[in-house]
Write a protein that binds this ligand. Sequence first.
Ligand code: ADP
Length: 295
Amino acid sequence: MALTAIIGATLLLTGYVWGGTAVWLWAALAYFLISRYASQTAAAVQQGFVTGEQLLQAQKLAALGELAAGLAHEINNPLAIIRQEAEYAQFVLKKSTIGDSPELLEVRDSLREIITQVDRSREITQNLLNFARKREPVLQQVEINRLIEDMVRLVEKEARNKNIHLQRHYDPDLPVVTSDPPLLRQVILNLLNNASYAIGADGEITVATRTLPNREILITVADTGPGIAPEVLPKIFDPFFTTKPQGKGTGLGLAICHGIIQKLGGRISSTSEPGRGATFAVTLPLSAQSQEQPA
Ligand code: ADP
């Protein structure tokens, strides 16, 4: 508790010293969340329900999620306005009779770049909101092979341009699964995009499905990219962990996938031999229903 008080006092002081009401508000919110989760953690550990480390991790993620969602929400509004203004400037330029001087072409390029970067920022804030959002799965019957094939086709065209080939090994007898199709699509697409990015050019992505004996199915996405270094492998499902260059990755893709698959009652894991590609395995129960019942 003493530690939270120190952190809280530091945060509040920082907010005060730096001025700005917004900074102060965020500092106060951060303090509130940290102290709330800290006291919950202490109580639960005392009661011996869970190990301190497990709970701390879960609480940290929850606090992070709330903060991230709040920030993302706030940032979305000014972004929308910037985009709108840039579009308006484009419209005015298109209508104007100034002609096509080199300076004007540069302004047009700048406006196009502003819109591209705003869209990218909105993608990031959307990812943050998805990460924090606790949408309950909406269950229905899913033909997994077909769902995967839809996603494979989505990435296949662009992949072919980079000489990346997609191989399918679908189990033709795969049973129908009760799960949440949009959430599953998000996971598969993310795995395919990561595989394609990792390969860069010239390679192969193999997607396979299989029935497991214990009323589960297995989906694997394997690539011939550079693989994942052993020291990196344990971190890849952590939120905000990325090895991509700045501006290319948010480090939220796999953290979101992990959350989704857990919610659907399955597991997701990765194996890799550096230099020999990476394989992601998703296990799903035939029916996610049982996972929704209270423990
Ligand atoms: P992001 O793609 O924004 O980095 P992710 O959570 O999707 O976030 O991925 C986290 C990290 O996991 C990546 O930065 C990369 O280091 C690693 N990774 C994911 N998929 C692969 C893959 N198929 N091959 C190699 N590394 C991968």
